[in-house]
Write a protein that binds this ligand. Structure first.
Ligand code: DGL
Length: 253
């Protein structure tokens, strides 16, 4: 069984990609929305949440855990790997593919405060951004929008514009989505990009497909990719708070 968790519904953007390549596994998804957002919380707080959720997922049968949250990956994945014997898959900021595909020589990274100041992101940025300018911005209010089930429309576009426009104004043509909630705002982001930078083809990079491929490799390595589950595609959803958006978004995936 594959365990997946996030501070909220954002991890469903990762689950969506995982399910495409591993359709007949069992899943358990945990949204920690009673404690969302994680973005500005302390590392200690996030580690403690990540441990409680991990204990719960393991108690339900999880054999591998996908930390489908960039902020929790940055804050807690090394502690989790040191404290448990099952494998953990984290989110990777997609700086490398962005740096390889930019035509303007400037990429933009949208993420939470916690992710942008974490050593994982800073090391990746320094390693792969050779010769490329990297502009960063917090996606202010993005997580709250998605948790409230608002993905498109005036409010979504205004919120997206406030954080995306400053990146586009630096000349960025490739935007790294460094938070798993952000792919749900893609339509609004594309609209904003078309109006702020009509002269440029702006692309958005979501690391979830690469994370899904990595999960397959790790499951094969540990021999935990089951091909004989009788109860195929079973997905159990849990939320520490209200589950309306989780249920709705899951249905619409
Ligand atoms: N989905 C989380 C991430 O990837 C959201 C962060 C938050 O709760 O602020 O960073």
């Amino acid at each position: 069984m594959i365990g997946i968790f996030d501070s909220g519904v954002g991890g469903l953007s990762v689950f969506r990609e995982i399910r495409k390549v591993l359709p007949d596994q069992k899943y358990i998804y945990y949204s920690d929305n009673a404690h969302c957002p994680y973005g500005e919380k302390s590392q200690e707080y996030i580690i403690s949440r990540a441990k409680s959720i991990t204990d719960f997922l393991i108690s339900q049968g999880a054999e591998v855990i996908v930390v489908a949250c960039n902020t929790a990956t940055a804050a807690a994945i090394s502690t989790l790997r040191a404290g448990y014997s099952i494998p953990f898959i984290g989110m990777e900021p997609a700086v490398k593919p962005a740096a390889l595909s930019t035509k303007t020589g400037t990429i933009g990274v949208l993420a939470t405060a916690g992710t942008l100041k974490g050593s994982k992101y800073l090391n990746t940025r320094d390693r792969f951004s050779d010769g490329v300018k990297v502009a960063e911005h917090i996606g202010k209010g993005f997580v709250e929008l998605v948790e409230n089930g608002i993905f498109t429309g005036e409010e979504a576009e205004a919120t997206v514009k406030a954080s995306l426009a400053p990146l586009l104004e630096t000349g960025a043509d490739t935007i790294v989505l460094g938070c798993t909630h952000y792919p749900f705002l893609l339509e609004s982001m594309k609209k904003v990009a078309a109006s702020v930078s009509p002269d440029r083809n702006v692309s958005f990079i979501d690391p979830a497909p690469a994370v899904a491929q990595h999960l397959i490799d790790v499951m094969d390595q540990y021999g935990i990719r089951h091909s004989d589950d009788t109860d195929r595609q079973a997905v159990a959803l849990y939320a520490s708070g209200k589950s309306d958006t989780l249920d709705k978004l899951f249905e619409a995936l």
